[in-house]
Write a protein that binds this ligand. Structure first.
Ligand SMILES: O=C(O)c1ccccc1NCC(=O)[C@H](O)[C@H](O)COP(=O)(O)O
Length: 297
């Protein structure tokens, strides 16, 4: 079945073929890489990764006239922890030049947001000054996800690995993400549900740094993501629209909420007993205990 994601990946295969004919410079000696994961970890509140996004397949044109030279420093001044720049041109009207222009204006780390399927795209990101790259679990077989993650990390880049479903978690975690992203948007259907973050986070180990992505607009949304245990947010459309209407600082302030930490995990009592063993050498099962709070991850 052809979906937006499969169509986008087809375009990426063509772009990689073009990169193969005209490969990016293979730089290896950057001393200027800014820690994307570190910035999120150290953010005093819920981290905000603010996205430069002119257009999208789900929403069409969002802010086609805005330039990264204007938006990036405004995001930073308003308190963004890091930037995300969509570099895809066909579907998002972005470019690798947008990333270069944005990064030149700020001191915070910059993520290359694209559909990466090949090392050459990582070389291109590295040469353009990206500090981190996105890898999407739904777009890559598990071994390839591990290879590309390991390649990016060997260059000193952080890797944001994005999942949408619990079933994608094993492959994502095995690829050692610097940060795990939970995308509330299904990239096949575009359906957005903020519950996705709650469902996925319930299965993520405590030590993994997590950001919630897509569909986050209001303070209530941000507080909800915090209550599910996210360490940060990735926000595009709401901030770009606010830039257009002159309310970006207020929008960023609305997203600045305290972290809540990971909530207590609800696990079946039987699973708890299996983890800890019976306290009295084999107490009878109490059906009333079927769900109880267990220590967080
Ligand atoms: O945004 C889309 O329509 C889209 C469609 C297909 C693949 C990816 C897509 N978006 C990429 C993103 O992950 C979002 O830009 C990012 O999470 C920010 O989302 P939002 O705050 O809802 O703009």
């Amino acid at each position: 079945m052809s979906t937006w994601l499969t169509r986008i990946l087809e375009t990426k295969r063509e772009e990689v073929a073009a990169l193969r004919r005209n490969p990016p410079v293979r730089e290896r000696d950057r001393q200027d890489i800014r820690g994307f994961a570190d910035a999120i970890r150290r953010a005093p509140q819920l981290a905000v990764v603010a996205e430069f996004k002119r257009a999208s397949p789900s929403k069409g044109l969002i802010a086609p006239e805005l330039s990264p030279e204007v938006v990036a420093p405004a995001y930073e001044a308003a308190g963004a922890t890091a930037l995300s720049v969509l570099t895809d041109s066909t579907y998002f009207q972005g470019s690798i030049a947008d990333l270069q222009a944005a990064r030149a204006q700020v001191a915070i780390p910059v993520l290359r947001k694209d559909f990466i399927i090949d090392e050459l795209q990582i070389d291109e990101a590295y040469a353009a000054g990206a500090d981190a790259v996105l890898l999407i679990a739904a777009a890559l077989p598990a071994p390839r996800l591990r290879e590309l993650s390991s390649y990016a990390r060997s260059l000193g880049l952080d890797v944001l690995i994005e999942v949408h479903r619990v079933e994608e978690l094993d492959a994502a975690l095995a690829a050692a993400p610097s940060v795990l992203g939970v995308n509330n948007r299904d990239l096949h259907t575009f359906r957005v549900s903020l519950e996705t973050t709650r469902e996925v986070l319930a299965h993520v180990p405590e030590h993994v740094l997590v950001i919630a992505e897509s569909g986050i607009e209001t303070r209530q949304d941000a507080e909800r993501m915090a209550s599910y245990g996210a360490d940060g947010l990735l926000v595009g459309e709401a901030l770009m629209r606010a830039m257009r209407s002159g309310h970006m600082e207020a929008q960023m302030a609305a997203l600045s909420v305290a972290r809540a930490g990971r909530p207590l995990r609800q696990v079946p009592a039987a699973a708890l007993r299996a983890e800890t063993g019976p306290a009295d050498g084999g107490a009878a099962h109490d059906p009333g205990e079927d769900l109880r709070a267990a220590p967080g991850r």
